[in-house]
Design a binder for this molecule. Sequence first.
Ligand code: GLN
Length: 205
Amino acid sequence: MAGNASASDRPKVGVLALQGDFREHLMVLGKLGADAMPVRRESELAAIDGLVIPGGESSVMDKLSRIFGLAGPLQARIASGMPVYGTCAGLIMLADTVLDAINGQQSLGGFDIAVRRNAFGNQLNSFETDLDISELGEPAVHAVFIRAPVVESVGPRAHAFATLADGRVVAVEQGNLLGTSFHPEMTDDYRFHARFLDTVRANAS
Ligand code: GLN
């Protein structure tokens, strides 16, 4: 699908705004020089060069995306190669396979991964840790996990981008798709958003 190439220096980036912490992503993307806008309907989807799917509750986001008639158009844009960055529930929305989904829960798919929802259980609902991520260099990324999923298997089209000390995968990349189990938008380290915007600019030009 044709991008809005003339604005590749200030790319038009949508944030799926059905539910969840979309406002934080809009703020980060704006700070990084993107023309960031909430997306709730199909017409808004047509105007963007890239999309962030925020954290929140994936089962609710899934239901709303289908009620609003956005799921099909979103899947079409993902299949056409639009850059998408999903955090936490957003990563679940992008996963081809969702483990521990609620009854009837679907995902948009596209990412060749299986994720397990709420993988850290009740005792460790939320935690913070530092991740060494070679592609991002120094310093380590301070990662905030909130009822987070974990990437349980990474298919041949995707690759692990970050792991916990015990080896569990918490960030993945696959072509124009990027996903994190954690929430960079809740810290002041915007390297993941910057990496996503680099992909958006490269794709739009
Ligand atoms: N547990 C939530 C879900 O399944 C994700 C939590 C989050 O996005 N912080 O969608």
